[in-house]
Design a protein around this ligand. Structure first.
Ligand code: XIL
Length: 320
């Protein structure tokens, strides 16, 4: 039977992908077998290995051991990669977040980081998440060392620098809870406007898609929200999709709802010209950031803890 990436490509998307857990792939043969199946996942993204704390833990000292796990795995299986992420307040080493910077010195820190990390992966990344999560859920700007030093100027500055180091990668702004089309979504539209108005290049907006079973917007509403961005001339993608049960264990009715929610998200991407693909944030409930982050929640993915395909998998496969 056809698997999700094959179906997605046939349906007109560029890929169906997954995040790759660096320790799972090294320690679990069943995990490795599925994550490297190109018919199922055409593209991989490092769950943690390309983040600043991994790639430049101390100033000027670069480490690609963890990031290369994903890049090498994908290369060996003929899969593509998305690259994640460059300018982000989280998993940012203290030397950056607590440094006392001027605009000039912080520009140079970002420039050096991008030149090394983007240089190392140059030509391999379908897309780079250049800036991640610059907005709070209420639509205000997130407090970060980048915002404190530059105000919103760090947005165009980051995209201009990124373009220098990998001209062919699609440059993305990536964030969560944009799916609800509220104040945060309005501000993300402004992010694109600010970058474009400064003459800086932005190619895409990533909808992370960390959603909740039973509270996921409808397919039509999701498509309307995606179109607010494609109307600005950028592509869109779901970049970190998982749909969590808020109470555990889920009932069988909740499993069906989860499947419908997954179908609505994937379906909305199919409905929008300019929605290029869907990436799930892991594929098996055996390994997911959800239970450790959202108290009491779980089972957000498309395979269960024993690597059986869930109703959510079937539902995604039928909508594709
Ligand atoms: C998460 C990883 O899944 C965890 O393993 C890690 O401990 C924290 O980060 N938004 C993002 C991702 O952009 O990088 C985050 O990944 C989940 C939220």
């Amino acid at each position: 039977t056809a698997q999700l990436n094959d179906l997605a490509v046939r349906a007109g998307l560029k890929y169906f992908g997954t995040a790759l857990g660096e320790s799972a792939v090294n320690n679990d043969a069943n995990y490795k077998r599925i994550v490297t199946n190109k018919s199922e996942f055409g593209q991989l993204v490092a769950e943690n290995g390309q983040k600043w704390e991994s790639t430049e833990p101390s100033r000027g000292s670069f480490n690609y051991a963890s990031g290369d796990i994903t890049a090498n795995t994908a290369k060996a299986s003929g899969q593509g990669i998305r690259c994640h992420t460059l300018v982000w307040h989280s998993q940012l080493p203290n030397w950056v977040s607590s440094g006392s910077w001027t605009k000039d010195t912080l520009t140079s820190v970002i420039d050096t980081h991008m030149s090394n990390v983007m240089g190392h992966y140059k030509g391999q990344c379908y897309a780079w998440d250049v800036v991640n999560e610059a907005i709070n859920d209420d639509g205000t700007w997130r407090d970060s060392v980048f915002y404190r030093v530059f105000g919103t100027d760090f947005l165009p500055l980051s995209f201009k620098l990124a373009k220098k180091y990998d001209t062919n990668a699609k440059l993305y702004y990536n964030d969560y809870n944009l799916e609800y089309n509220g104040a945060k979504t309005n501000r993300a539209v402004e992010v694109v406007n600010i970058i474009q108005a400064a003459g800086a290049p932005i190619d895409g907006v990533g909808f992370q898609g960390h959603l909740i079973v039973g509270s996921t917007p409808s397919r039509a509403n999701l498509a309307t929200t995606l179109r607010r961005f494609t109307a600005l001339g950028v592509e869109v993608a779901y970049t970190e999709l998982d749909i969590r049960h808020s109470s555990m264990p889920p009932s069988s009715a909740a499993q069906v709802t989860q499947g419908n929610d997954y179908a609505n998200v994937v379906g909305s991407c199919l409905d929008v010209a300019g929605c290029v693909g869907v990436t799930v944030w892991g594929f098996t409930d055996k390994y997911s950031w959800v239970p450790g982050t959202f108290n009491g929640a779980g089972d957000a993915l498309i395979y269960d803890t024993n690597y059986n395909k869930k109703a959510a998998w079937t539902s995604v496969s039928s909508v594709l």
